[in-house]
Ligand binder design. Structure first.
Ligand SMILES: [Cu+2]
Length: 140
């Protein structure tokens, strides 16, 4: 019991909140090959954990789809990775095996959305571009 109490205290002292994004073969709306939630708005210093709920997926930053000063990431297939994002802005990411099927996600960190145009102009396969456009509409 004392261990649990100590653990709780340690979490309370950490910088940010943890958010979980599942990597799925089918999401709650029946869409194939998806991150869920595919759009996330978090506070600077929060952590996002990508969970390989289904097999065969990864999470990695899309080239140039992150704010200046931001750090990207590249997870391996089936790997649960956690990223702590401190630089404010928009981070676009993909699952490499299913990029062409539109498996992309977007994270908004804080209120700075000044790199939105860079994400809109990033080179994506057509289905991924369509999905990213949907996700960009949730920015705000
Ligand atoms: Cu995938």
């Amino acid at each position: 019991m004392s261990t649990l109490a100590f653990g709780g205290a340690a979490v309370a002292q950490s910088v940010g909140t943890e958010h979980r994004v599942q990597m799925l073969n089918k999401d709650g709306e029946g869409r194939r090959m998806q991150f869920e939630p595919a759009f996330l708005k978090i506070a600077p210093g929060d952590t996002v954990i990508f969970v390989p709920t289904d097999k065969g997926h990864n999470s990695e930053i899309i080239a140039d789809a992150l704010p200046a000063g931001g750090e990207g990431w590249k997870g391996k297939i089936n790997e649960e990775i956690s990223v702590t994002l401190t630089a404010e802005g928009l981070y676009g990411y993909k699952c490499l095996p299913h990029f062409g099927m539109g498996m992309v996600g977007l994270i908004q960190v804080g209120e700075d959305i000044s790199n939105m145009q860079a994400i809109q102009e990033a080179k994506l396969p057509p289905k991924a571009a369509d999905r990213m456009e949907e996700l960009l509409q949730q920015v705000g």
